[in-house]
Write a protein that binds this ligand. Structure first.
Ligand code: TYD
Length: 116
């Protein structure tokens, strides 16, 4: 069993939880950034890859342990790929859903990073 407690294990209040499942093998998800949102991503089952891009460099994280989480801070372009069959991506999020917090165009993302 793994436990995540508000503020104790993660640096934000959890306002939303969602999970991705039944992602067909070879399909990618993500391809966006968030302006304010913090997230903790967990491979609750199976495995997948998270590639984070701060506009200058990319880092790739292979998540395959249900007791590990990846903290994804705001202002990072993310791609989720290489989902194994049966993978479940559990996401704990610092805000409720807000489409205005998304940057869905990579050029807009780079412009946003330049302004920061
Ligand atoms: P999106 O965040 O783009 O998914 P992914 O990163 O997995 O590709 O969301 C996909 C769709 O689901 C989009 O139309 C918005 C909707 N959605 C909600 O309504 N509430 C949510 O909490 C999330 C994460 C997505």
């Amino acid at each position: 069993m793994s436990v995540v407690e508000n503020q104790k294990d993660i640096p934000f209040d959890i306002k939303r939880v969602y999970y991705l499942y039944d992602v067909p093998g070879g399909e990618s998800r993500g391809a966006h950034a968030h302006k304010e949102l913090y997230q903790l991503m967990i491979a609750a089952s199976g495995s997948f890859r998270v590639t984070l891009d701060d506009g200058q460099e990319k880092k790739s994280f292979y998540l395959n342990r249900p007791y590990q989480g990846l903290l994804v801070k705001p202002g990072l372009w993310r791609d989720l790929s290489d989902f194994s069959s049966g993978a479940v991506c559990l996401v704990l999020a610092s805000e409720v859903y807000d489409e205005n917090d998304y940057i869905r165009n990579y050029r807009d993302f780079l412009a946003f990073k330049k302004k920061q």
